[in-house]
Ligand binder design. Structure first.
Ligand SMILES: Nc1ncnc2c1ncn2[C@@H]1O[C@H](COP(=O)(O)OP(=O)(O)OP(=O)(O)O)[C@@H](O)[C@H]1O
Ligand SMILES: CCCC(=O)O
Length: 360
């Protein structure tokens, strides 16, 4: 089976081509803040990112022949995890999605490219709206605003399974499954999500997109509610501009004008005190969220797993470990396994080993 996996993130479009479980091509196409700022809305990046995918395949001599195309995404209604075939209900909900996120493009690009081929099917797997919250975690101080989650479900689960497989490989007589573990998993990407996983379910995890949790390279995280309301009524910003102050032009992008962690660390080394304070504040907020997840798990934690692009950074990881390693052993999985997870999920579905769910 030949599978094209497409993962549009907030700062990159990652693609991979798999022949069964063998990767034939893996590419990370990075997008600068300036490049993406030409597009008023994320959905407007559709043609741009789709063409980049086609160009990357051509440049690498990959023939446009696939059994399935799978995209990461999108921000649909809350649904159980798993593999879903793209259908009209999904495309309709994505096109009119209330929330803007690059992963919405994954579903749309997969669908459009698959339609160019006879017998090629389009899928998504474990989108960011996978919802397994404990009921107690949904309650906020306002009945008007129950909590929802939008998080890196695909990667957090893939990393959890990888950690369990590593434990099993180390002690084959004592096989361990993700479903046996209590884990805190922290995805450090353009957005940051921190999940408390209890026996294979994310019982609490922040809404990394809509202003909840730590701030991140391009998200505001939790904001002071009163000040936010005042800003809404200040006539200083239109609604869409204010939304960008929560997701897009927020976090490190708003404070420092860049989401590029290596560049920020370079300027800290060159003596930029503001960059140092802001980046350290982001690390501090991530550590506090890990502490909150520890409480959700009653302090019974097998491991803390740090993943996402920023987990490549020794500067960030060493400072995080300093604050949280008293809670549990910390393991680092830099980058993400999302492309492989997409491909493996779809391969399982095409082989009949995993159910293909229908989005309604
Ligand atoms: N080698 C590296 N060292 C430090 N930071 C890095 C490195 N590579 C990428 N990053 C940082 O990781 C962040 C992007 O992470 P990632 O690629 O996981 O995000 P994304 O896929 O664009 O968005 P998201 O994960 O939120 O969907 C950026 O802030 C980038 O600067
Ligand atoms: C759906 C992914 C969540 C995020 O980027 O914050």
């Amino acid at each position: 089976m030949r599978i094209l996996a497409i993962n549009p993130g907030s700062t990159s479009t990652k693609i991979a081509v798999y022949e069964d479980t063998t990767p034939l091509l893996v590419r990370n196409i990075r997008h600068s803040v300036g490049e993406l700022s030409h597009f008023p809305r994320v959905i407007d990046q559709f043609e741009f990112r789709k063409n980049l995918v086609i160009e990357a395949l051509k440049e690498n001599g990959i023939p446009f022949e696939f059994d399935a195309i799978v995209g990461r995404g999108g921000l649909l209604k809350p649904i159980p995890g798993g593999v879903y075939e793209v259908n009209d209900a999904m495309l309709d909900d994505i096109t009119h999605a209330m929330r803007s996120h690059a992963c919405n493009l994954g579903c749309l690009i997969a669908s459009e490219l698959a339609a160019l081929l006879p017998d090629c099917r389009a899928f998504i797997a474990d989108p960011g709206v996978v919802d397994e919250l404990d009921e107690i975690a949904r309650i906020t101080g306002s009945p008007l605003m129950p909590r929802i989650t939008i998080w890196h479900a695909l990667n957090q689960r893939a990393i959890a399974r990888r950690y369990a497989a590593e434990l099993t490989a180390a002690s084959p007589d004592h096989p361990v499954r993700y479903e046996d573990l209590n884990l805190i998993i922290c995805h450090l990407g353009g957005g940051i999500s921190v999940g408390a996983h209890h026996n294979g379910r994310a019982i609490d995890v922040n809404n990394a997109l809509d202003g909840e949790g730590p701030f991140s390279p391009e998200r505001a995280g939790t904001l002071p509610a009163g000040q936010l309301i005042d800003l809404c009524y200040s006539h200083r910003f239109r609604k869409d501009e204010l939304k960008k102050r929560i997701s897009g032009h927020a976090g490190l992008a708003a404070h420092l004008g860049t989401t590029d962690i290596p560049a920020i660390i370079k300027s800290i080394e060159d003596g930029d005190e503001k960059a140092e304070l802001v980046l350290n504040a982001m690390i501090y907020q991530v550590a506090k969220s890990i502490g909150a997840a520890a409480v959700a798990l009653f302090g019974k934690i097998d491991a803390i797993l740090l993943t996402g692009g920023i987990a490549h950074s020794e500067y960030v990881i060493s400072r995080l470990k300093e604050r949280v390693s008293f809670l549990a052993p910390v393991y680092v999985y830099p980058g993400e396994d999302e492309l492989e997870a997409l491909a493996v999920n779809v391969l399982g579905a095409l082989r009949g080993e995993l159910p293909i769910q229908v989005y309604k």
